[in-house]
Design a protein around this ligand. Structure first.
Ligand code: NAI
Ligand code: MG
Length: 326
């Protein structure tokens, strides 16, 4: 029996989680789902965005399924990733068949370092001066670079590209680039190159097919994964997995989307595909494939939520997917 800690969180996190759970519950797999509180709502209710009970439950769980946090995201999901040492954040940007998007056929993966960089939260303010400390270590850089190359090998991908800004941040990005180049030399069958992050953003918009696997530091990874999602239809479709040696957290790339929350119109696809990443993690490859195909078929038939030009509600879309699983 796998213990899954489910944290719907804030805003559309609740709406897309309900949709994903409808699908997961249909499968009758040996999972127990236990619900926990975290986020802006938890802060209001208990005075803590990530209550101790939730953190402990996440540590004990075989996986965490997370919706989204709001303004407390740094104290909830960024902290959870660090506490559980899920050092690799895998964010595929794959154009689903039938989607009208900027780049049909695109299939790239962003591998984001998840434990350090400016997101360590070492920030200080005194007398009108605010400072942040950026932490980049050889150990974490090596670990994430190896993860990216192993992923490329496993998924038969041809190329790994490291993104950095080593011309300006000579020490931190310099170290990251050096380590990526060293690791690349251990994988002669996989092509490797690196770009400065600013130029890479232009290439991503104008010619994304030059990328296959992207490996980068925490904050750049956060930014380019939203950019990559935009190339293939938007945040409503972008899943992600945070994996470490012991724990794993599965969450969509998007946040609480307060601009559309409470109306039942969020696209649950990102959350459903996130659940599929969890199923794959536990070896349920056929089940994951079946759900992904069902999602593709519903979208191909033109039944979509408003972000993709359709008029289905969140749960209507989920029900369409569920019908194909019977
Ligand atoms: P966001 O990712 O929530 O939304 C960005 C844009 O994408 C919005 O226009 C939203 O409507 C749209 N969008 C996102 N997911 C969608 C979906 N499933 N279906 C249809 N449209 C979707 O980022 P934003 O607006 O910058 O932040 C909102 C709140 O979420 C903030 O409080 C922020 O701190 C938090 N946040 C939390 C994250 C997390 O928990 N992992 C990640 C990003 C933001
Ligand atoms: Mg983000």
């Amino acid at each position: 029996m796998k213990r899954i800690a489910v944290i719907p969180g804030d805003g559309i996190g609740n709406e897309v989680m309900e949709a994903a759970m409808l699908i997961l519950e249909k499968l009758d797999l040996p999972f127990t789902f236990e619900y926990y509180d975290a986020g802006d709502g938890a802060l209001e209710r208990y005075g803590k965005a990530l209550p101790e009970e939730t953190l402990e439950a996440c540590r004990r769980s075989d996986a965490v399924l997370f919706g989204a946090a709001g303004e407390t995201a740094a104290d909830v999901i960024v902290r959870l990733r660090q506490e559980l040492n899920t050092f690799a954040n895998i964010r595929p940007a794959k154009a689903i068949k039938g989607i009208r998007c900027l780049y049909p056929g695109l299939d790239i993966v962003v591998v984001r370092e998840n434990t350090e960089c400016l997101y360590r939260g070492f920030e200080f303010e005194f007398d009108g001066v605010a400072e942040a400390v950026r932490v980049i270590t050889r150990r974490a850089s090596e670990r994430i670079a190896k993860y990216a190359f192993e992923l490329a090998k496993r998924e038969r991908r041809k190329k790994v590209t490291a993104l950095h800004k080593a011309n300006v941040m000579k020490k931190t990005c310099g170290l990251f680039r050096e380590v990526c180049r060293d690791v690349a030399s251990e994988y002669p069958d996989i092509e490797f190159n690196d770009y400065y992050i600013d130029a890479a953003c232009m290439y991503l918009v104008m010619d994304p097919f030059r990328f296959d696997v992207i490996v980068t530091t925490n904050m750049f990874g956060d930014i380019v994964s939203d950019l990559a999602a935009g190339l293939v239809g938007g945040l409503g479709l972008a899943p992600s997995a945070n994996v470490g040696e012991k724990n794993a957290i599965f969450e969509p790339v998007h946040g609480a989307a307060f601009d559309i929350a409470g109306r039942g119109i969020a696209n649950p696809t990102a959350m459903i595909l996130t659940a599929c990443m969890m199923l794959r993690h536990f070896g349920y490859l056929d089940e994951a494939r079946k759900i992904e195909e069902a999602v593709e078929r519903v979208i191909e038939s033109g039944k979509t939520t408003p972000d993709l030009g359709g008029n289905l509600k969140t749960m209507e879309f989920a029900n369409e997917v569920a019908l194909l699983l019977d």
